[in-house]
Design a protein around this ligand. Sequence first.
Ligand SMILES: [Zn+2]
Length: 192
Amino acid sequence: MILTYHKVKPFPGKDPITVGLFSFLCQMLSIRKKNVVHLNNYNPDDENQVVITFDDGYKEIIKYALPVLKYFNYPFEIFLVGNFLEEAEKGNNNYLDKNDLEKIRQNGGRLQYHSKTHPHLETISDSTILEDEIKTPDMLKMLDPEGFTWFAYPFWTYNNDVIAIVRKYYHGARSGNGHANGTVYAMDSKRQ
Ligand SMILES: [Zn+2]
């Protein structure tokens, strides 16, 4: 089972992509008898395995989720959007910056890619633009020599052209929310 998170906050309000800190803690507690693994070691047929993933790279991960993940000593994956990281480096406090990512890496997190601008990839017909959205830039790869081997589709969606490019650069990709296809190039996940 792959779990997909976005933000974790003490008081989530009505934001559909935010999970309350207490709920997150309970969910992490509930999987302590499972085998929590990195995507590289994941076998979707093994019902005892869990992968914890976070999409988009929001700042809340380091503030609230990381202490909990550290406590349980769970490995996890962060799917980064190239432009969001660029924004963070310019001072936008909504997203994780490079210092945050290094801290995440030192505490069991692995960095993966979630596109350059977070578009609906299946709507892009120009193959150069599509490749530019999907391929991890070399500058980013340097941030995690063990990472960037997995892709997560923005909005879960893809088409055959998207998969063809993903196959060139990644071991596989995460989809979910009704869009998975049962292969390693569109793995299922549960949105939390
Ligand atoms: Zn996303």
